[in-house]
Design a protein. Structure first.
Length: 111
């Protein structure tokens, strides 16, 4: 993850527009509040599969990038593998930066 993407993610956390952890992310997805999902690359296969499938069901773009340690350091929380951006402006900005860094969407892997 490049510097601009990581700073946008940190700013999103400071603006309280980022949900972290399994339960908070699932709650945001079910309430139709999640706009973008980021899953750590070193998360367990079960976690990746579960959140990619849920994101596909709820039609939310999901990206698998970074590692748990780096993402946790950026957001200021410890040992979180799943992140949901709840603001559409932040989501569009982060998604654009991820695509510019040639990180493919996880939903495209399923097709």
């Amino acid at each position: 993850m490049d510097r601009k993407t990581s700073s946008a993610l940190s700013l999103c956390m400071k603006a309280n527009m980022l949900k972290t952890g399994d339960f908070a992310v699932l709650k945001a997805m079910r309430a139709r509040g999640a706009r973008l999902l980021i899953v750590a690359g070193d998360a367990s296969d079960n976690t990746k599969k579960r959140f990619i499938n849920k994101a596909y069901y709820y039609k939310i773009p999901v990206y698998v990038c970074g590692c748990i340690a780096d993402l946790s350091h950026l957001t200021g929380v410890i040992n979180r593998a799943v992140f949901a951006v709840t603001d559409s402006g932040f989501a569009a900005n982060i998604e654009k930066r991820l695509r510019d860094a040639n990180i493919t969407e996880a939903g495209e892997w399923r097709k």
